[in-house]
Design a protein around this ligand. Structure first.
Ligand code: CTP
Ligand code: MG
Length: 226
């Protein structure tokens, strides 16, 4: 059995939502988003070790994290810096695999985690992807441009999964000050083999306040229908 670790990055500010508290500490159905994300990943039963990356000076983390068997480290100014801090925290007792996940995606499922792990038997990395549903067009200074063919595009989610040694090498090969949209981008630049697995429409990234409103509504209707 491979040893599987996960890094949950929770050191962002949630600027697009605004407000006083970063979105990972907002309440959703009475629990913080971070609690829900940790609980969802651990309930897969596939994760042996968890590192949560939190912001410097975070005063809320201790309360949340004390309920779980997880470790925490301090992140950095960009998501890339936060991921690097998480990878470093794993090096003394290195896992075979590492899953890197956004704290802002509390609806990750055990099935998705299983698909990602399974793909690592044949690839160095795996990533959940989804076809786009909306039409996509170029856009510049309020002007709508030309259509982009959706067939050749995919939306990309987390968790993203890697052989630990390979993703560490990939980050070491990247320019030290580079900031990447996600970790598969780092794997791609380093030439790792990447498996695309089916993502999940439920696995949204809470990004705007409307995402919270909708998620809250869906949690309520789940509770009422039970
Ligand atoms: N993240 C992080 N460290 C950073 C920036 C982001 O750990 N310096 C984490 C966030 O906490 C989040 C995940 O990366 O769980 C995905 O980032 P995003 O959704 O962009 O969150 P924020 O950066 O917090 O939000 P915004 O971009 O609106 O400020
Ligand atoms: Mg961000």
């Amino acid at each position: 059995m491979p040893k599987i670790a996960q890094i949950i990055v929770a050191a962002g500010k949630g600027a697009r939502i605004g407000g006083d508290i970063p979105k990972q500490y907002r309440l959703l159905g009475g629990k913080t988003v971070l609690e829900r994300t940790i609980a969802a990943t651990l309930s897969s039963g596939l994760i042996d070790y968890t590192v949560v990356v939190i912001a410097a000076g975070d005063t809320k983390a201790a309360d949340v994290l004390s309920n779980f068997d997880v470790h925490f480290v301090t992140g950095g100014a960009t998501r890339t810096d936060s991921v690097k801090a998480g990878l470093s925290a794993l090096k003394d007792d290195a896992p075979d695999y590492v899953l890197i996940h956004d704290a802002a995606r509390p609806f990750v499922s055990a099935d998705l985690i299983a698909r990602l792990v399974e793909a690592l038997a044949t690839h160095q990395a795996s990533v959940p992807v989804l076809p786009l549903v909306d039409a996509v067009k170029t856009y510049d200074k309020d002007a709508i441009g030309t259509d982009i063919d959706r067939a050749g595009l995919r939306a990309v989610q987390t968790p993203q999964a890697f052989h630990y040694a390979d993703i560490v090498n990939a980050f070491n090969a990247a320019p030290a000050d580079a900031s990447f949209a996600d970790d598969i981008a780092v794997a791609k630049d380093a030439g790792l083999s990447i498996a695309a697995v089916n993502g999940s429409r439920d696995n949204i990234k809470l990004t705007y306040i409307e995402d919270f409103t909708r998620a809250e509504r869906e949690l309520m209707s789940d509770t009422n229908s039970r």
